[in-house]
Design a protein around this ligand. Structure first.
Ligand SMILES: Nc1nc2c(ncn2[C@@H]2O[C@H](COP(=O)(O)OP(=O)(O)OP(=O)(O)O)[C@@H](O)[C@H]2O)c(=O)[nH]1
Ligand SMILES: [Zn+2]
Length: 367
């Protein structure tokens, strides 16, 4: 028996620390690093990192994804990421402007950036995955240090064993059921909401069960990713709200179904980053380009979570309500049999016409 946190707990702490602007230590087999999220770093902590860097003769770098590097015309020698050498006079405003594309068009002369090549970028890569998991901008300050653990211990920072963290982040342990209760819905009086909670302190997900679908036949299913603007506010920029209501209505009409409400807002980048993407869309970029300029892939969702919840509820086969072939593919790869695709084409507006056309053209959505 131990009171010590395991790697899952440490990952949860690290995400929280990064979101609050605290550095975190990564300790690998061949050295460690202090990392901090570009978005939340304040001047005092930047000064602290600079002072540790000069004491150790180490060089601070800003790790960004290859997507962001492409926009900034910075050379990404590590393939999927670039390590920008932090200029000696760069402050938090410089770091924020490099990480955040909002001012790219207004200041087209950002750079030139000197990027590092050679050496190992493993800890930089892990730092980027951690700040993404904290739903922050994908940019992290990284200070490689042989004695990162000692520095972190002295400062009371969270220490993550890098190899174990990397392995734990690749695994997807399905969230566990917490509670379910009857909720009569407009679409069906036989509604039941189930709450599922991940072990790693990340967002809870919900399953809305309509009726009592038999577990031994394909169940009418919708995997719905959270869209605060569409689902709650009735935004005309996307089709999420009408899709949510149409899916529940069809389940109500058939008397059975399950809708998973997955808290993967903004295709997995979080609401703040989705609003950043919307602001770039107002500058003329489409939904995919906006994600890339921010440094994200088109879609950062992990659909293993949805498959895991279905399995925990006892479902092995679905009639999946979607226009997204990637969802079908992921379900099948996670062991859920997709017996049928049920198209869900509702909610087209003048304002989302281009968005839906871009998804069809670039992300393979079926219209
Ligand atoms: N990053 C980003 N996310 C967006 C944008 N517009 C909508 N979203 C998010 O996109 C997701 C849409 O989810 P879904 O409707 O489940 O998925 P889908 O890939 O469109 O697939 P189907 O609706 O099943 O065909 C939600 O998480 C929205 O918040 C956008 O412009 N940028
Ligand atoms: Zn939406």
């Amino acid at each position: 028996m131990s009171l010590r946190p395991d790697i899952t707990h440490l990952l949860g702490r690290a995400r929280g620390d990064l979101a609050m602007g605290l550095p975190v230590a990564l300790c690998g087999p061949s050295g460690g690093a202090l990392i901090a999220a570009a978005e939340t770093l304040d001047a005092a902590r930047l000064a602290g990192l600079r002072s540790v860097a000069s004491g150790a003769g180490a060089q601070l770098a800003l790790a960004i994804t290859a997507r962001r590097a492409e926009t900034l015309k910075a050379r990404a020698y590590d393939g999927d990421l670039a390590r920008i050498v932090l200029p000696p006079d760069a402050g938090t405003a410089w770091i924020a402007a490099t990480a955040d594309p909002q001012s790219d068009l207004a200041s087209p002369m950002k750079g030139p950036f000197q990027t590092q090549r050679g050496d190992d970028a493993t800890l930089h890569r892990l730092a980027l995955r951690l700040v993404k998991a904290a739903r922050l901008l994908p940019a992290a300050l990284v200070l490689p240090l042989q004695d990162a653990e000692a520095v972190a211990n002295a400062a009371g920072l969270t220490i993550l064993p890098a190899e174990a963290a990397d392995a734990a982040m690749r695994l997807s342990s399905p969230p566990h059921p917490v509670i379910s209760a009857r909720v009569p819905l407009q679409a069906s009086h036989a509604g039941r909401v189930h709450v599922f909670r991940p072990d790693d302190g990340s967002e809870e997900h919900f399953a809305i069960e309509i009726g009592q679908p038999p577990r031994d036949a394909p169940v009418l299913t919708r995997l719905h990713s959270a869209c605060f603007t569409g689902d709650v506010l009735g935004s005309l920029k996307c089709d999420c709200g009408p899709q949510l209501r149409a899916a529940l209505a069809q389940m109500g009409a058939e008397g059975a179904g399950v809708l998973l409400y997955l808290n993967q807002e903004g295709r997995g980048i979080g609401l703040a980053n989705k609003m950043r993407a919307y602001s770039l869309q107002d500058q003329g970029f489409d939904t995919v380009e906006a994600n890339h300029r921010l440094g994200f892939e088109d879609d950062e969702r992990d659909f293993r979570i949805g498959a895991g919840i279905l399995a925990k509820m006892g479902f092995g086969a679905v009639r999946l309500m979607t226009n997204n072939p990637a969802k079908i593919d992921m379900m099948r790869r996670c062991g859920i049999d997709v017996a049928e695709r049920v198209p869900l084409i509702v909610g087209q507006t003048a304002q989302n016409k281009d968005y839906l056309a871009t998804k069809a053209r670039k992300s393979g959505h079926l219209l």
